[in-house]
Every structure is written in structure tokens, then in C-alpha cells.
Design a protein around this ligand. Sequence first.
Ligand SMILES: NC(=O)c1ccc[n+]([C@@H]2O[C@H](COP(=O)([O-])OP(=O)(O)OC[C@H]3O[C@@H](n4cnc5c(N)ncnc54)[C@H](OP(=O)(O)O)[C@@H]3O)[C@@H](O)[C@H]2O)c1
Length: 307
Amino acid sequence: MTISTTEDPVARILIIGNAGQVGRELEQLFQGMGPLVAVDRESVDLADPEQTRALVRAAAPDVILNAAAYTAVDRAEKETDLARAINSQAPRVLAEEARTRNALLVHYSTDYVFDGSKTSPWTEDDAPNPLNAYGLTKLEGEQAIRKTGGRYLIFRTSWVYGHHGQNFLHTMLRLGRERDQLRIVDDQVGAPTTSIQLARATHAIVSGVLAGRFGKAEDWAGLYHMTCTGSTSWFGFAQAIFARASARLGVKTPELVPIETAAYPAPACRPHNSVLSNARLHARFGVQLPSWQIALDEVFEALSQTR
Ligand SMILES: NC(=O)c1ccc[n+]([C@@H]2O[C@H](COP(=O)([O-])OP(=O)(O)OC[C@H]3O[C@@H](n4cnc5c(N)ncnc54)[C@H](OP(=O)(O)O)[C@@H]3O)[C@@H](O)[C@H]2O)c1
């Protein structure tokens, strides 16, 4: 558990999941907003509702940022009960505790709540229909928070990666070192989104909410899509990664072969189109994330400085 304080506290912040991709960036950015408690799995097991409840009561936060989740999409098909405890029951407990304290709860959800059948970007009003257990448990988490009500923000995002963490970018760079040829799925389209951009957008919105810039809770509380702009397939993403890795890090580019999902069987089904419209986020908060290509450039800038 990390505890830090500032001399001029604005709000008491609790960050859950600070060892994850998004949680790590949130912890950096929210330093300075007020007394901050950031916890990882060693400090709280979200699968245990009593631990989760006790954590919030001990931290007594004004803002809860929940970046923890069961994110192993394929494993969730077998460990659905555990995924449900972390992705659905824990958010319900957090929402109940937040409402009791009149605290702001910020929670993240996923593009995998959709079945991918639409040909244009999905909006918050489109009906979810998850194809896999991970998406289902994340949807149940959203529903539990919305049912509990109070001061909450749910940000649905997609294809999260960054400088740190286990993600597609680092998998590509590792496989590129090990193999001459990589076969990559080309018929799943989404928006790669960086953990740092998510944390920055979250920080801007939470700061505005705390400063009263967005009015009363009934004016801003709710569900929003939050991704980098533009879209690509996993194959297109891999091409963009290796173009930058070659130019900036001197990494050799393997032969990249586009394949269909059917040629790469996985335990969990994934949507073909999970691009999310960010129009509501922009209209309500004036926040727009950059294009996925610019966000990728930023990650390579960070990678090139640490290599
Ligand atoms: N990654 C994506 O592509 C993606 C896409 C769409 C939406 N999202 C959503 O975005 C949010 C942030 O994702 P992320 O990519 O930052 O996830 P991440 O890197 O997998 O981090 C999740 C964190 O949750 C922690 N955690 C797991 N089980 C826990 C438990 N029982 N108790 C306490 N902590 C636990 C993990 O701890 P350990 O490190 O010990 O496992 C990990 O640090 C999540 O809500 C996720 O569903 C992610």
C-alpha cells in the first residue's frame, strides 16, 4: 500500500489496482490532488467483499478509482466465478460504499460488452450482448454500479496497452525477437488505447467534477466510452508497432501475415467490430483522446528513453 499526502488537500483519493496498466498511471497523475492511498492485490483481494468494504471504510475516500479487474479474457471462460467476484460483485460493494459516503466512484469497463455485429462505432445507447465470460462479468459490474446509483463514472475502453504491463505491444516485441513470421488476426477491429491517455482523461474529468465545472451529479454521472480515436485491426496495430520499433529501437521486423479469427482459435469469442463512439464523452466533458497512432508514438518515445 502506498500513502502520500499534500499540504493542500482537495480530496482524499483511493486507487485500487495500482500495479495494473491503468492503475499505475493513475497513481502517478493523482499525486498532489490530496491524500492518496493506492493498493494492489496484496493489500486487498477484491474477490472478498468484506476486504473490499473494509478497505474503503479505512481509507475514507472522497474519490475511489477502481482500475483493478479480472482481465484474463480466455481464462475467464473457466474461472467465471472468480471473474464475476472481481468484475461484478466488487464494483457493487464499491458503489454501495461510495454512495454511503457520497464519494465519487470511477470504474472502467470494456468494449467486449458488445457482440461486434454493428458496422459503425458503438454508442452508450446500443444494447450490449457480450460474447465471452469476461465481457459478461464486466457488464454485470456496470449494471451493479448503475443500479446502486450515486456519484459514479463508468468509462468503457478498449485494447489497453502502454509502456508498462503485459499487453499486445510487449507481446509483439517479444515474439518479433523469437520468430521470423507472425500470424495476426485481421478481422477484429477496435481502438488501441494507452493507459497514460486513459489516466490523463480521467484526471481531467475528475478534477472538473471536484471543481464543480460539470454541475450536479445528475448532470454528469453515468456511462461514457473513452478510447483513442480511429481504429485498426490487430494486424494493422502490429504493422504500426513494428514500423516504429524498427525506426526507433532498431528492432528487426518479422514477416507479418494477416489471418482470420477462425484460423486462431481461442477459448473466448471476441467481437469483430468493437470500435466505440466517444461523442458523449466529448460533448459532456470536452475531453477527446488523441488518435491511436499519436498515442502509440508517445509510448515509443517513452520506450526509446528507457532502452
Ligand atoms: N487491458 C485491456 O485491454 C482492457 C480493455 C478494455 C477494458 N479494460 C478495463 O480497463 C481497466 C484497467 O485494465 P488494465 O489493462 O489496467 O488491467 P491490468 O493491467 O490487468 O490490471 C488489473 C489489476 O487488477 C488487479 N487484480 C486482479 N484481481 C484482483 C483481486 N482479486 N484483488 C485486487 N486486485 C486484483 C491485478 O493484480 P495482479 O497484477 O496481481 O494480477 C492488476 O494489477 C479494467 O477495468 C479492465 O477491465 C482493459
